[in-house]
Design a protein around this ligand. Structure first.
Ligand code: FAD
Ligand code: NAD
Length: 465
């Protein structure tokens, strides 16, 4: 039996970052991971591999669609999916090894095997051998798994989840995507750019339904231009593997049956918390009706020395949110008073152009009757955009009508994932739209669109439109 100050179960961005911070603060720390590699969903089958394939497919798309206009003739171009997947695997492998290095550097004991609670201070690890760990505190960071609804159960062959879509051995001729959310649109973009016909079947009347309406409209236009087809307000009844492909039956908003056929069907209708085999009942830990481990404002479960973070608890299922929660709990355990601002967690969709947002959407502000002003600036009006031929998109700044405080920033723009950080920083310091508008932005850059949208929100005084 080994004794620890903290045992962390799950090595995703929540767990491994939490473990590093615990070790930095002088706690004897153990990390348990059921798979052979560290890094969780994010590094193995999430953020990193999807971005690797998005980048490869973006290069292919540019080579086939844009290089000629830049004056670059390449002759015949072919996408080699096997090489793309091999490169993606190499990126994943290097990134996961980096986590192993960080664990060693911080003297964190890593145990590979299924971790389960025996009671509130004992964790059993079942790997190649069994090990019992005693812990003063436990952090549950077991993450999430793909969700699905009756009739669309993935068989992982033709009816696939994001995990299989990240390791395809062929470029499908046609792929159905159930769910026009982040995963559906990112992985749909990967294969769409490689030539796959993509048809999205979405329950809601628009894509990325929780984001600002302008972003949804703009992204729909971009993706339609890329060849995506959308079936909105469709209720999927059944998806079958027909041997050589899939057949999907759905009801449209008039209640009529619609049948769609393709080579593959990607099910991307959200993710669910993962607590199977964790033995929550042995410690008396409560879960809510969505299967999430219940936590208070300190991320503490109903058992005082057991905490939970990341996708397994309420809130956005994002790697950076999980990381911040890992740091938060570690600092709390060390007696510090950490702070986490859930209102300012940025969200990004890595299509091209990227969509990024922070703060309230226009729809949210209207729903709670907050008086606001809106300023927008089109990307095509930037010199930088015309120089690079990346002219799609817009930046929108929402500010309080009376105080001018920035309440939300939404953008669809090249490198929006990076641009959004100016807004996050400004909002963290409760800046006004005029504050951003008066800051000198380098020219020519995409960041000028943020300044111009802020100028537009301040007093309708954008300079270049
Ligand atoms: P996870 O990363 O899910 O890690 C949990 C770990 O716990 C896993 O390794 C699991 O094996 C282990 N585990 C579970 N139970 C046990 C047990 N009993 N014993 C031992 N180990 C256990 N987020 C972003 O912010 N940006 C992105 O670009 C992004 N892209 C994504 C793309 C895809 C395709 C997917 C699927 C997700 C993406 N996400 C992205 C979401 C992101 O991956 C998650 O929000 C993040 O990984 C959650 O971190 P976590 O630490 O809570 O859990
Ligand atoms: P999501 O919640 O983003 O999107 C799911 C979509 O499926 C929604 O548009 C929803 O209306 C639709 N839907 C739900 N039920 C449906 C049904 N029965 N039929 C048709 N459509 C239906 O979920 P996701 O795309 O699966 O992603 C899961 C999680 O992973 C998200 O919470 C996201 O935060 C995270 N993720 C983040 C990134 C990123 O940060 N770039 C990338 C990938 C995944």
């Amino acid at each position: 039996m080994s004794n620890y100050d903290v045992v962390v179960i799950g090595s995703g961005p929540g767990g491994y970052v939490g473990a590093i911070r615990c070790a930095q603060l002088g706690m004897k720390t153990a990390l348990i991971e059921k798979y052979d590699t560290l890094g969780g969903t994010c590094l193995n089958v999430g953020c990193i591999p999807s971005k690797a394939l998005l980048d490869s497919s973006e290069h292919f798309h540019n080579a086939t669609h844009n290089f000629k206009q830049h004056g670059i003739e390449l002759g015949s171009i072919k996408a080699d999916i096997k090489q793309m997947i091999a490169r993606k695997n190499e990126v994943v492998s290097q990134t996961c090894s980096g986590i192993k290095f960080l664990m060693d550097k911080n003297k964190i004991d890593v145990f590979h095997g299924m971790g389960s609670l025996v009671d509130s201070t004992t964790v059993l690890v079942k790997g190649t051998e069994e090990k019992t760990l005693k812990a003063k505190n436990i952090i549950i960071a077991t993450g999430s798994k793909p969700n699905y609804f009756p009739g669309m159960e993935p068989d992982k062959k033709r009816i696939i989840t994001s995990t299989e879509a990240l390791s395809m051995t062929e470029i499908p001729k046609k792929m159905l995507v159930i769910g026009g959310g982040v995963i559906g649109l990112e992985l749909g973009s990967v294969y769409g750019r490689l030539g796959t016909e993509i048809e999205v079947v979405e329950f809601a009347p628009n894509i990325i339904p929780t984001m600002d309406g302008t972003m949804s409209k703009e992204l729909t236009k971009v993706l339609k231009k890329e060849g995506f087809k959308f079936h909105f307000e469709h209720r999927v009844q059944k998806v079958e593997n027909t041997g050589k492909g899939v057949k999907l039956t759905a009801l449209n908003k008039k209640g009529e049956e619609v049948t769609l056929e393709a080579d593959y069907c990607l099910v991307a209708v959200g993710r669910k918390p993962y607590t199977e085999g964790l033995g929550l009942e042995n410690a008396g830990i409560k879960v809510n009706d969505r299967g999430q481990v219940e936590v208070n404002d300190h991320l503490q479960t109903n058992v005082p020395n057991i905490y939970a973070i990341g996708d397994v608890v309420r809130g956005a299922m994002l790697a950076h949110k999980a990381e911040e929660e890992g740091v938060f709990v570690a600092e709390l355990l060390a007696g510090q008073k950490p702070h986490l601002n859930y209102d300012l967690i940025p969200g990004v969709v890595y299509t091209w152009p990227e969509v990024a947002a922070v703060g309230k959407t226009e729809e949210e502000l209207k729903a709670v009757n907050v008086p606001f002003k809106s300023g927008a600036f089109p990307i095509k009006a930037l010199g930088r955009a015309r120089a690079s031929m990346d002219i799609m998109g817009t930046v929108k700044v929402l500010a309080h009508a009376e105080t001018d405080e920035i309440l939300g920033v939404h953008m669809i723009a090249p490198r929006a994932a990076d641009l959004i950080m100016e807004a996050v920083t400004a909002m963290e310091y409760r800046a006004s739209a005029e504050d951003i508008a008066r800051i000198c932005h380098p020219h020519p850059t995409y960041s000028e669109a943020v300044k111009e949208a802020a100028l537009a929100a301040t007093a309708d005084r954008a300079l270049h439109i």
